[in-house]
Design a protein around this ligand. Sequence first.
Ligand SMILES: [Zn+2]
Length: 310
Amino acid sequence: MLTRVMVTAGVLTILLGCSHSDSDSDSGPIPVVATTGMIADAVRNIGGDYVQVETLMGPGVDPHRYTPTPGDLSRLATARLVVYNGLHLEGKMADVLAHGSTRTLAITSQLQPTTDLRSAEADGLTHDPHVWFDVALWSRCVETIRDTLATLDPAHAEDYRTNCARYQRQLAELDAEVRQKVDSIPKPRRILVTSHDAFGYFGRAYGLEVHGLQGVSTAAETPLSEVQELARFLGTRQIPAVFGETSVPPKGLQKVLDTVKAEYNREVQLIGGDQALYSDALGPAGSAGGTYIGMVRHNITIIADALNRP
Ligand SMILES: [Zn+2]
């Protein structure tokens, strides 16, 4: 396995040997590769017609478990900019991202470890990578895209600034909308239980208690003790519903709910199917979760409806 990763990274290095340099003055849009849909959406909003964005991880794809395909490697090699989340979200791509010579940007690189980031030491990571669920924090992250595009393409720097400011105004409105929806949920019911710990920043920013069956990564299997611990929590608290995620199979949460029913004689609803939350991946283009703003809006609507149900 180790050898394969090293070979993969080696291949990429060779492929990237012929990539463009920053001084290329190609006409036509700048080819950009983004790892997740949330990042691709931000690049499109800020880059407008001056960028051509490809997304590596499409709808329903789990970034923690994602391994790059040979097609991805050639896409990465022909890009002028690769934008990724960082903080080990793309755990299995770390070697590939580190070994290339194409310009790369980790969108979380400007955040302060002590004040902005949540620790994830319990999960064997330094920090929790799911920063996009604090909308105000994400709004700061997208400024790195503006600045990098302005460096790559100074002729359009002013457009990137204008587009970024407009996108940030939309994000500020979204942030206020989420706060309003959370306010509609009675305080004792502000508890969000999901398949994995993707919503830590969301809970911190908007005042919900958050529990994930799996830790901040889905890369390892869930031990039975974790299933029992979450079942005990649900069995002893008045929690009406738990939430599936579009990029994580619901079987783990279903096992918890079966245990709650068997051992505590309580029915807890599993919100899944087309109501599942978008956590680590956007939905298909044109769907409710086809954009970052749509994703957050879908999630908070589903969460508020389910937790407000009598
Ligand atoms: Zn995740």
